[in-house]
Structure formats: structure tokens, C-alpha cells
Design a protein around this ligand. Sequence first.
Ligand code: ADP
Length: 689
Amino acid sequence: MKLVQAAGLAPALLSPRRLSAYRRWSLWALLIALVAALLVTLVWLAGRYEASQVQSKLERDTADALSDIRSALTRNVQLLQALQAAHPNRSAWNAEVARLLREHREWVRIEWRNSELETVAFVDSPLRAPVFERLGRANAHADVVLACANGRRVSGPAYSSSYFVPQLDGLGLEVMELCLPQVTAGKLNGYLVATYSLSEILAGLVGPQLMRSQEISFTEADGTRLALHGAARRGTRVFTSQQLLDLPGNTMVLRMDSWRGAPDLFPNVLTALVTAMSIALVSVLVLLGKDMRRRLRAEQDLADALAFRKAMEDSLVTGLRARDLQGRITYVNPAFCQMVGFSPEELLGNTAPAPYWPPELAGEYQKRQEVRLTAGQAPPREGYESVFMRKDGSRFPVLIIEAPLINHHGVQTGWMSAFLDISEQRRVEELSRASQERLQATARLATIGEMASLLSHELNQPLAAISSYATGSINLLKSQMAVHATTGSEVDAAPDIVQAMRRIAEQAERAGKVIKSVHDFVRRRDKEREPVRPEALLEAIMPLVSLQARKLGVRVETRLKHGLPAVVCDRTMVEQVLLNLARNAMQAMDQAHLTAPSVLIEVRRAGGAPGAQGAPGKNWLEFSVADVGPGIPEEVKQRLFTPFFTTKEEGMGLGLSLCRTVVEQHGGFLAYEPNRPQGTIFKFTLPVE
Ligand code: ADP
């Protein structure tokens, strides 16, 4: 029961698409079945028609053969009658009969018998051995008697029924007697008896054209075959026609068999025509089927393409909008709806002002749209930026790329626009700008710090000198005053000078303390150390480096192995070192006007000895900045790290010395070497965590 229900439900469960395919295929199957049935019927009918044609021809042939035999027999009777009348004496009769027998194969023997049926004369056919040699003529007497009795009764020719006569060669032949009573003036004179061979009747008396493709035979009513003549059997299909040959005293069946070539595919023109038409019909059907399959496939492809387009539209993050030439919105994709927060229904068909235009900018946008629609002026290819409003009123920046919408006839039907929400991009830009500013500020701070520290270092000595000169002067003045006091000379101004000198010494000391505290303050950064991954260091400087590299047309490459350990450093200061080295490298190449300037920044583990100051037992990373510039001339080398030494017009000459200070504060060391084939490599090491 359940099964039956399931089977009943199955078509209902099919999808509409499969259902229609199912219906279509069943219609096709029905059509093909009908056409096949029609064709089979047609071919069968044509075959039958052809068979009936053959059959009726055979009937006609049989009738022809029958009338041939009849008229020949009648002619023979007339010959015999004439023979008896014309040749009353025996020798003439004998000669004439012999001539007749030679001409008529169907006769095997002709006898002249008297009224008592005794043989007066006889002649056997010269064309064969005497027929009654083996059997003896007496054995056939009964048949002769019967035939002659019949003949006498009807006063005309009469035939006996046929009988078999065995021959000397072991074969035999079926013969039949004709008895012709001889009556003159109402008195019976005797009989003329002619013996017919049945097979020779068939062979001699039937037109040869009738026997070319047929087999002709005499049979008894029950079908027993008496004599046979005709073509050998060919093919399988047999057509038979039978007709009665009723002779006075004997009745036999004349039967004709005809064969048809067995596997005759096109028996006649009609069948051939029908077959050809059938083939044509089937071919048309096949072609139609193929065409339909192609259409189905095209339909399927189209459906797939549509589905793909829809999926693509739905998954796109770019907003798409189409407008007609009147400015009406004709299409929006899901991404656009999501961007502005309006549903497609709220947007489609809308004209200016669009619901996503901020009211304060609507006037400007309206003007822009009018220019586009009336003048047909295309917007810039790279797009333009604008501000849209979400449904909740919040504003966001968008990048709009607009292009004319051209249909397949090549006519413009509107405008197609793509929208990118660039708020996130803006945020990132803002962030990177802030970080750049921070880096630049730090760079300035670091330079100032270095300058302050150098200044303090440089100023400490003069200050100390001032202070000691002041102290010396005070001491001198004091001893002078003591001498004057003992001599009593005038030294009124001296205490004031001493006072002033003391003030100078005090101030010099104070300046020294201030400078020391500045120095200490600058050096205090040492403490702010943390583990930093080398990748992070490079990432931090890359925006600034690339900025300058773009300006100077330099290719910058970074190379570092994955999984390098973190280094312990003051992150900002080390970034500063890297930046300084990279900037120096780019500037050096810029001055030399190279064709393919490039900088390679590389980080790797420092092998074994990281340098003179590398503490043993510690791991080091080596940072290197290599350029392909002109290298460092000998005279510059001497003063490379000297503060305020520079070869550039706007240079400060502090970069390298700052770098060295920073690296050495970390316990590492900074060095340089020539690059191969040209340029310079600056290297420094930092301790691993
Ligand atoms: P600044 O960059 O302000 O001149 P630095 O101390 O950084 O000061 O550099 C000092 C000098 O060293 C530069 O003026 C330049 O002549 C030379 N120099 C620095 N780096 C390179 C380099 N990669 N290739 C050639 N010369 C360099």
C-alpha cells in the first residue's frame, strides 16, 4: 500500500522543470512509436500488395498454360483424325505416324486398333526407348479399354486416367491414353490409341516463357504429383496456383509453383518508394530530435548563464546602478542596496533627487546629473568621489565610476554606475597619515635629542673652562685683596668683581647641570626597550620609505627569512636608524643619477661574531641596507660619523652619528662596507630577545 502511494506521489514530487522534460520526452516517444507503426504497416501493405500481384500473375500464367495444353491436345486430336482419314493403308500409316511421333514428343506410342481393340499397327516414339518394353503393353490394356469405351460412348476422343510405367533404366514415367474411335458412316471401324507422356505434355505444350521462373506439374486431386517440369527451386517464398484440366474421361490438376527471391528488400517500386519515404521521415525525425536537443542545451546554458549572472550580481561588493536617459533608476544590485540601506523597491523608478543624496548636497548633485543627462558628457574614466547618505542619515564617501549604457544595437539607453564605499579606505589612509606624522615627529625629536646631547657634550668643556677660569680669577682677586689689605692701597671695586666672578662660576655650573639634565633626559630613552619582530620594524618604516622611493624612482626590496626571532630594542629609535640609512642610500643614488636605482633592506641572523662589541653567548640579528650608488669617497670616510659633517646642501650631518649612538646604546655595532659591484652596505646588529 505504501509503495503504491509512493509511486503515485513520485510525479507530484518532481520539480516543474523535470516534469516538463518528462512530458516532452513521453510525447516524443509516442510520436516515434506512431511513425514506426505507420512505417511498418506501410511496408507490410506494400509487401502484401506485391505478393498479391505475383499471385494473380501466377493465376494468369496457369490459365494460359491450361489453355495452351487444351488447344494443343485438341490440335493433336485433329491431327490423329486427319491421319486416319488420309492413310488407310498400313505402310503409309506407319510412315506418317513415325513422322508425327518425331514432331510431337508428348506422344510415346500410337496404335491402330481394330473394333475389337486388337492392335493392327503401332509405332513407338523414335525419340526414346520403347516405353512398354519392361511393363508389357498388355498390362495397360484395361486403361485402353476404359478410354475406348468412353470414346465410343461420346463418339469422340476420350482419355484414360494416368498410370505409371516403369522403364528399363529403373526410372519410370506417367502416361495417359487417348482413344479416338474411327467411325465411318455410323459404323465403328477401329480405334486410334495414342499414349501421352504427361511430363512431355508439360515440356512441349506449355509456352516456354511460362516455365522460365515457375515449376509446372500435374497432380491428382489429393495432391499426388504425377509429372513435373520447370525451373529449379529458388528462394523461399512459394506462390502456388492450381487449376483443373478436365479432359473427357480424365481430370487432373495443373499446378504452378513460383518462387520469390528470399531476402528481397525492395521487391518493387512501391515498396522501395515507401521505404525511401520512411527513411526520409525517420531522418527528419532524427534531425528534429537533434535540433530539439540542441535547443534544450542552449536553454540550459542560458539558464546557467543567467543563474551565474545573478549569483555574481548578488555576491558583488561593488554597488551597481543603472539609470535611463531621463535619470530614472532602472536597476540596482544587492550590494548597492546594502550600501545605502534602501530596498530595491524604494529605489527603482526614482528620479532626482535620489533618497541617498544628502540634502545639503542635493543641489550640487542635481546639477551634475543634468550636465550628464543633457550634455551626455562622460565622467572621468577613473571615477570621482562623492558623499552619499544612508537611510539612517549617516554620510559615507563613495567612489563612483560611471559609463554610458549601450544596448546591443549600439544605442545609448542610459548610464551605468559602479560604487565603492571608500570609508574604510579613508580610515586606513587617515591612520597611515597619522603614523607617518608620528614617525616624522619622532625623527625630528630624535634629531633634536641627538643635537642636544651633542651640544651638551660640546658645551660641557667650554662651560667647565669658564667655571675654572672664574674660580681662578676669584682666587687671584682674593690674594690681590689680601696684599692690598696689608699694604693699605685702594681696592674698592675688588669685592664687587669677586662677587661677579662668583656669580659667573655659579651660572656656569648651573648651565652645566642644565645641560647634563638635558643629556640625561635624552639618554633616558634607553629604558624603553621591548621585544619587536623584525617584520614589524620593516612594516613600520615601509610606508615612509616607499613614499620617498616613489618620488626618487627607486625600487625598494626587503628580504627576510620567515621565523626570525624578535629583537630587544627601543622600537622608535631603531625605526629611525633604518629610515636614516634607507634615506641616505636613496639620496646617494639620486645624486649619482642612476638608471636603475634600487635599495635592498635585509635582515638575517648574524653569524658567530657580531662585532667587537657583541657580547659572547648572545644571539644577534643583522640588519643591512644596501644601495647601488657611487659608494663613499675616501675623504668622506674619515669624517663620516663626525657630527654636523654632510656633503648635502640641506643636510644636517647628524644622521649617521645618531644611528651609531642608538645602535651602540643597544649593545650592537654599526659598520659599512662597499657593495658589489658598486654602492655601499650599511649594517648594524641588535640583540635577540
Ligand atoms: P646627512 O645625511 O644629513 O648628510 P649623515 O650623517 O646621515 O648626514 O651622512 C653624512 C654623509 O655621509 C652624507 O652627507 C654622505 O656624503 C655620506 N653618506 C651617508 N650614507 C651614504 C651612502 N649610502 N652612500 C654614500 N655616501 C653616504
